[in-house]
Design a protein around this ligand. Structure first.
Ligand SMILES: Cc1cc2nc3c(=O)[nH]c(=O)nc-3n(C[C@H](O)[C@H](O)[C@H](O)COP(=O)(O)O)c2cc1C
Length: 231
């Protein structure tokens, strides 16, 4: 047994199989209506909604429980403008020079370009950072394990929680994102991961007509009798 204290695990939320299936179905249907929104209103959003979503993000599993993420919540108009200017400068370079033909082809159905007005219009921007290490009491670097994977999981929970509360999100990755460290005062231990735009969608918001892969295309199965290399 571990010398470190262990406590009883929380009880499962449902135990009855049919109730579990109904819960799963309800959750799937909610998540199925999540779409990336690119047309936001400037209508304010109650800050408590942002905080509860961030608290949800903080429940994510993480490598060695190092919780290697940092979120910067921005509502200040001047800072949002600075972010828009920096992001659009990078995006102009990206669309005009840096992006490969193949990358531009992949983006074509989404219909994005270098203009990012939503960065100023939406009430909140959340800068998400991967924390690669922290400094211990004597200033020594303590490496984090799987920080990118862990931050990805936390960001997924954040997006899900915001969606659950009826808020719209856009996962934005201006390329490259180094400017986020400067504008958001993040130290060298933190690497910009995504810029999440949060608010309410305009009434007639349109989204690209994209299809999600059916389960059979992204799930395979190994059950009793399936031959594998290790057998
Ligand atoms: C890692 C990542 C980076 C993304 N970067 C951008 C981006 O920079 N700009 C943008 O408009 N959408 C971006 N998206 C949103 C995707 O285009 C979107 O999730 C995808 O087209 C599927 O659409 P849906 O989110 O509506 O289901 C990004 C999504 C992810 C997960």
């Amino acid at each position: 047994m571990s010398e470190h204290p262990h406590i009883p695990a929380p009880a499962p939320l449902v135990t009855d199989n049919e109730a579990a299936l109904a819960e799963g179905q309800r959750f799937f249907e909610k998540m199925h209506t999540r779409r990336t929104i690119r047309d936001f209103t400037s209508e304010p959003v109650d800050r408590r909604l942002i905080d509860i979503a961030l608290a949800t993000a903080g429940t994510a599993p993480s490598g060695a429980n190092q919780q290697p993420w940092h979120f910067v919540v921005i509502s200040d108009r001047k800072v949002k403008r600075a972010i828009r200017e920096a992001a659009e400068a990078e995006e102009r370079e990206f669309y005009n020079r840096r992006a490969s033909e193949a990358w531009l082809d992949a983006l074509a159905p989404i219909g994005t370009d270098a203009d990012k007005p939503f960065l100023e219009i939406a009430p909140y921007l959340i800068g998400v950072f991967v924390r690669k290490f922290h400094l211990d009491g004597s200033g020594e670097r303590v490496k984090h394990y799987y920080p990118t994977e862990s931050t990805g999981l936390a960001t997924g929970l954040l997006i899900s929680a915001l969606h659950q509360m009826g808020l719209a999100t856009l996962t934005h990755t201006p390329s490259p994102m180094g400017f986020m460290n400067d504008i958001m005062n993040r130290p060298a231990s933190d690497r910009a991961f995504v810029l999440l735009v949060v608010g309410k969608a305009v009434r007639d918001a349109k989204v690209p007509d994209l299809q999600r892969k059916p389960l059979a295309e992204f799930v395979s199965e190994i059950s009793a009798g399936t031959p594998t290399k290790s057998r």
